[in-house]
Design a binder for this molecule. Structure first.
Ligand code: ADP
Ligand code: ASP
Ligand code: MG
Length: 456
């Protein structure tokens, strides 16, 4: 049976039994026209709750049992309400009880070890999608559960596993070749060569949908969420944000990378390879057209969106020994890479006296530690200085149409200046698709709204 469409439903679309019924309707309508596969996230908030359980287990905190009970009751209640028959209801309660026994054991082990590895975090997190996909599968007619760990193969980089595409594509095609019905696939999950559970990183079920869509060569990958599409800014932060009817793959990557949570940045890559369009749709407002992400658009208007990333720290590495000496930047970024610190933005003054980069605040400690070690001698002899500023955020103005158009950054920084927003660092990618800059978090809302008013 050739699958021609993927529908992915995020946590926000499967928060309550009522919403899951709505999802069932959307899937029903789509599957009457063609063969579809469904990818689901954990119920809204569940991944966060599971990770919290792991942290509570490390501390042997009695709150753990309360949290677990809340989770179990929520899933059992959903299964009771959504099971299509009495028999299924009994079966499903049993199934969920057993899943929670398994989870309980995993958490007990974490308590005993008094620590939790990334591998165990992934194991605990996997229960969210395993439960939601199971419950969806028993609630939708003609549906069956498909555990992505059977076909999405990854490396051992737990918590942020990288996909082995050659194996994965082969396995996906073999898995679905002779199946009938509507598969309900666990998003976010994969497994290593040894068969251990690994996740694709937070928000990764969008990526799961694209991996499947590209492997099966579908016509379209639909991402169903809780907003009308990709918007010119996060609607929670900018009231006047508007829905973008169409954007290019590159614009979507840039917006997602710089914080537009509506789609995971990796999602576009498999889609680009096979030239498959992505359609962002609202589960709560299914009749609106949504946002189409595809290639080769006429880039109008110049800027498409303004995005933000919170909890950023800026690190400045300064000093004479950096000036003109090849290899200084390599040493800095090798030092951060060694500790798996993800560098989000880099800017270097042409005098080369300082290299400045932005990272997540939570990674500041290890980044500084590693830099101090790398430049131990130079710091001791005052040739290199290290400084950092926390409480920052990165904003990025994104749009293909900014390429080759003079005056965009002038307008951008003028409006920020007029609004009294101080800028700590600026970077523009070689593609000229985005201009990103760092400001104090307390200026975030003012800066976002001012830039939005200027460009949209
Ligand atoms: P899901 O659970 O469906 O995966 P997410 O919470 O991951 O949904 O993503 C949807 C959310 O992304 C929206 O509720 C919205 O607040 C946020 N968001 C941030 N930036 C944007 C943007 N530019 N356009 C649309 N939504 C955005
Ligand atoms: N449930 C996972 C998370 O919360 C994956 C996803 O929602 O895309 O990160
Ligand atoms: Mg998401």
């Amino acid at each position: 049976m050739k699958i021609t469409k993927i529908l992915k439903f995020g946590g926000s679309s499967v928060g309550t039994p009522k919403m899951i019924k709505k999802v069932g309707e959307i899937v029903g309508i789509a599957s009457r026209k063609e063969n579809v596969a469904v990818v689901v996230s954990a119920f809204q908030g569940v991944t966060d709750q599971l990770l919290k359980c792991a942290r509570l287990a490390v501390k042997n905190n009695p709150q753990l049992q309360i949290e677990l009970k809340i989770l179990k009751d929520r899933h059992i209640k959903a299964a009771e309400e959504l099971s299509r028959s009495k028999k299924l209801k009994v079966e499903s309660i049993n199934y969920i009880e057993n899943i929670f026994k398994e989870l309980g054991l995993a958490l007990e082990n974490i308590s005993k070890e008094k620590q939790v590895s990334n591998k165990n975090l992934d194991w605990v997190a996997s229960f969210g999608e395993r439960l939601s996909a199971y419950i969806m599968a028993i609630s939708i007619k003609n549906a069956y559960l498909a555990d992505a760990r059977e076909f999405i193969k990854t490396d051992n980089n737990f918590v942020n596993a990288q996909v082995d595409f050659a194996r994965t594509n082969r396995k996906i095609n073999n898995f679905f070749r002779n199946k009938k019905g509507i598969p309900i696939i666990t998003g976010f999950l994969g497994s290593t060569l040894k068969g251990e559970t690994a996740t694709l990183g937070r928000g990764g079920s969008d990526y799961s949908a694209a991996i499947l869509g590209a492997a099966l060569n579908v016509k379209v990958i639909e991402i169903w969420t809780d907003v009308d599409g990709v918007m010119s800014a996060d609607p929670r932060l900018v009231k006047n944000a508007i829905v973008l009817p169409q954007i290019s793959y590159e614009e979507a990557i840039e917006m997602a990378y710089f914080g537009a949570k509506v789609i995971h940045p990796a999602t576009m890559l498999p889609a680009i390879k096979k030239n498959i369009p992505l359609l962002i749709k609202n589960t709560f407002n299914s009749s609106v057209p949504g946002t189409l992400i595809k290639k080769d658009l006429i880039p109008l208007p110049v800027a498409k969106g303004i995005t933000s990333i919170d909890d950023i720290a800026l690190v400045n590495v300064g000093g004479v020994s950096l000036a003109g000496i090849p290899g200084s930047a390599a040493r800095i970024f090798e030092a951060t890479a060694r500790r798996k610190v993800n560098v989000i933005l880099i800017s270097q003054a042409s005098s080369e006296h300082t290299v400045c980069f932005a990272i997540k605040s939570s990674e500041l400690g290890v980044a500084l530690q590693s830099l101090k070690k790398e430049f131990f001698k130079e710091i001791k002899s005052s040739q290199v200085t290290l400084s950092d500023i926390s409480g920052q955020c990165i904003l990025a103005l994104v749009g293909d149409g900014m390429r080759g158009v003079p005056g965009i950054s002038g307008r951008l920084f003028k409006v920020l200046g007029d609004n009294g927003v101080n800028i700590f660092a600026i970077a523009q990618g070689g593609s000229e698709r985005s201009i990103s800059f760092v400001v104090d978090s307390k200026n975030k809302a003012r800066a976002l709204n001012a830039v939005h008013n200027e460009f949209f």
